[in-house]
Write a protein that binds this ligand. Structure first.
Ligand code: CP
Ligand code: NVA
Length: 308
């Protein structure tokens, strides 16, 4: 990352393996001493724009910005209606006069890209229909805390081929981890992400299957997410039927490595994508995963605003 030019975090394809390493090591430092950089954002504000609901992302960004002595300004999308009340170019130019970064959760990744093009301050993707890079950076941090070394692990993602797994594919390529994805035939992730991942790292194995047992085989990390993402609520009943064989439960876990861990980005729908029994057994790790959003996002802010 250049010292002078501002960079955005819109896709995990925006960063190198080396930048990821630096963010993970910063996150480790910040987790050890959460208030060690309490002046980093002194007298600075960060805009947080949300077009979809959020607990973890919003609160961890707000709390993290407070730890840095900064001021988070959370804006609900309907207050500014990007692209409707005002075009993206004007919003980007105006916000750049007030704040040191723009964090945005919205539907279309294209809208975040456009904001990133016009903004003079870093733009950070807090989830789009296509990707969730902050989540995955944080998850890689959690996996590293538990396994110490990321390379040579196998991650199995079981469920919908959504934003979370599309970022996971890129994250695994950056971290040198194999990834196996089991989704129903019409719900596989977009092949575009597999092509990009292969370009990032041609050595890892990326497997796409509709068989959850095959994906889970010998995996070190089993990961799932909701079957119905925000914005797809009308498809809930249809999806619940289609995805039923993709639940993470004891039977599926018996195919994974004996020391495998289970991750879930949350919110979770127990007895759907994950059985209550499995969730309860891994709840400590899943809550550790949620906690780490705070530390990882603080590291992201330092990297992108401070050009550390
Ligand atoms: N995992 C995650 O992004 O949670 P929120 O939607 O609550 O922010
Ligand atoms: N795939 C989910 C992730 C929530 C954090 C969604 O987009 O709703």
């Amino acid at each position: 990352m250049s010292k002078t030019k501002k960079s955005n975090l819109i896709s995990l394809a925006d960063i190198s393996a080396n930048t990821l390493k630096q963010i993970l090591s910063l996150a480790k430092e910040l987790k050890k001493e959460p208030l060690s950089k309490s002046f980093f954002l002194k007298n600075k504000s960060i805009a947080l724009i949300f077009a979809k609901p959020s607990l973890r992302t919003r609160v961890s960004f707000e709390a993290g910005i407070n730890h840095f002595g900064g001021n988070p300004i959370t804006i609900k999308m309907d207050e500014i209606s990007v692209g409707i009340r005002e075009n993206v170019e004007d919003i980007a130019n105006v916000l750049s006069k007030y704040v040191s970064a723009i964090v945005i959760r919205t539907f279309e990744q294209k809208q975040i890209e456009e904001l990133g093009r016009f903004s003079h301050v870093p733009v950070i993707n807090a989830l789009s229909n296509e990707e969730h890079p902050c989540q995955i950076i944080s998850d890689l941090f959690t996996i590293k805390e538990i396994f110490k070394d990321l390379s040579d692990l196998k991650l199995a993602y079981i469920g919908d081929g959504n934003n979370v797994v599309q970022s996971l594919i890129l994250g695994c390529a950056l971290a040198n981890m194999d990834i196996s994805i089991a989704s129903p035939k019409n719900y596989l992730p977009n092949k575009y992400y597999i092509e990009i991942a292969k370009r990032i790292n041609s050595k890892i194995r990326i497997e796409l299957t509709s068989n959850p047992k095959q994906a889970a085989k010998n995996a070190n990390v089993i990961y799932t997410d909701v079957w119905t993402s925000m914005g797809q609520e009308k498809e809930f009943t249809k999806r619940a039927k289609i995805f039923k064989p993709y639940q993470i439960n004891d039977e599926l876990l018996s195919y994974a490595d004996k020391k495998a861990i289970v991750l879930h980005c949350l919110p979770a729908h127990k007895e759907q994508e994950i059985s209550s029994k499995v969730f309860d057994r891994f709840s400590e790790i899943i809550y550790q995963q949620a906690e780490n959003r705070l530390h990882a996002q603080k590291a992201i802010l330092m990297k992108f605003i401070g050009n550390r």
